[in-house]
Design a protein around this ligand. Sequence first.
Ligand SMILES: [Zn+2]
Length: 265
Amino acid sequence: MITFVVAGAVAANGLSGSKGADRTSTVRPVSATTPTTAASTQPPTTLAPTTAAPTTTAAPTTTTKPGAIDVGNGASAPVFSRIPTTDPVVFLTIDDGIVQDPAVIDYIRQEQIPVTMFPVPAYVEQNEPYFQAIHALGASVQDHTVHHTDLTKLSLTNMRAEICGPLDEYQAKFGARPWIFRPPYGFMNANVQVVARSCGIRAIVLWHASTNDGRLDTQGGPLQRGDIILMHFRTDLRQNLEVALKAIRAAGLRPAHLEDYLTPA
Ligand SMILES: [Zn+2]
């Protein structure tokens, strides 16, 4: 149905084949892959440097996208594991949904933590009020496939079904169509970028740090501005949020909404 000619596209990681990649740091993606540079006829987002006030630290929920990245409008969705920004921000992303701990809702509300969710539809269907509660606190719901499979092993038809699959349902349930995609385990290739774009996905996000068992793991060095942090709806999430928040603040950073820093042109 679609011709997948991906000139110059770049596989975003080494596809090491380790199933553990979703919770550790074996994936070392390119920071911002822009495979369609030849087709970037759209000018980058015009910033207003004279009016921007990037040093403002208050009101993270009302960011006016002063430093948002234009994700372009090419045939292939660009990949990010870190958002190039001069703002002192990082991005908390929470995947899957197997454990639905109410304490997480309370903590996100109490600390007003901006997060982005990448749930698996089966878990949303299992306990929709849980995800609605977090959504009501400002978290957007984005795409993480239907069955959490390694997309690189699928035919293009099945790959498309996995990526496009959750979009209608999430739009109906949460009132907004997902436009950011995270491939399960971080496993992806150039076809994933093209198929995702054909589904309406505007950006693919991986990660540059993750939390596990009350520990924040970076891929070398301290947290840096623009880092995307991978978390999971597991029993350790409430603790991981607290640990991450401490590390973020200790680094002079603050969490921000990922969607505010990517502009779907
Ligand atoms: Zn996952």
